[in-house]
Design a protein around this ligand. Structure first.
Ligand SMILES: [Zn+2]
Length: 197
């Protein structure tokens, strides 16, 4: 039987997304074996996160400064705004380095099932940002799920009367995907989004 201290760490780690009890115990063992080498680094990184990270009041990103590095960067195109569900989506898009504008994090997506309403998300703040002017294009980058698309549709409707171009990420074949393995929904989206070559 593991000691109480080890059990406490394992159950704390098991609460992390993607880590069940089994992987949590393996992570604990890994940390115990490296408590002189890897643990101080991990503790320092966790402490930095605890002390220094704040939510950007403009876009909802998490950074050490408010406004965040992206909002404060004069090289970013202030005329293009990309709307995402979560900070993880912002990071994923920004890692691709293709979008040079700024972001808006909704903090989730509309869900009748989970009782998430428009006022639970930062939609009002998004409308304020667009109404303030200086934005030409809003890119809706919601997930290709039913709830993500419902959210995109809702936001597109709310933006309808504002002088801004609303676009949406294309849905279709993933890079490296083979037609034979695609589900019908993906194939239908890819066909609908076809373009001249
Ligand atoms: Zn920001």
């Amino acid at each position: 039987m593991a000691s109480q201290e080890i059990e406490a760490l394992a159950s704390a780690l098991a609460r992390l997304p993607g880590l069940g009890p089994r992987s949590a115990r393996r992570a604990v063992l890994w940390l115990i074996k490296r408590r002189e080498s890897a643990l101080p680094q991990l503790l320092a990184a966790l402490d930095t996160v605890r002390q220094n990270l704040v939510e950007c009041r403009t876009c909802g990103n998490v950074d050490t400064t408010d406004p965040c590095g992206i909002c404060a960067d004069p090289r970013r195109d202030a005329r293009a705004l990309c709307v995402v569900e979560d900070v993880a989506d912002l990071w994923a898009l920004d890692r691709a380095r293709l979008f040079t504008g700024r972001y808006h994090v909704l903090g989730g997506r509309l869900s009748a099932l989970e009782g998430v309403r428009p006022e639970d998300l930062t939609i009002a703040r998004l409308l304020e940002r667009v109404q303030a002017g200086g934005i030409d294009e809003v890119v809706l980058a919601m997930n290709a799920t039913l709830e993500g698309q419902t959210t995109a549709h809702y936001i597109a409707e709310r933006l309808e009367d504002l002088p801004v171009r609303v676009t949406q990420l294309a849905h279709g074949l993933p890079v490296g995907g083979e037609l034979d393995y695609m589900d019908e929904g993906t194939l239908a989206q890819a066909l609908r989004a076809r373009r001249p070559v």
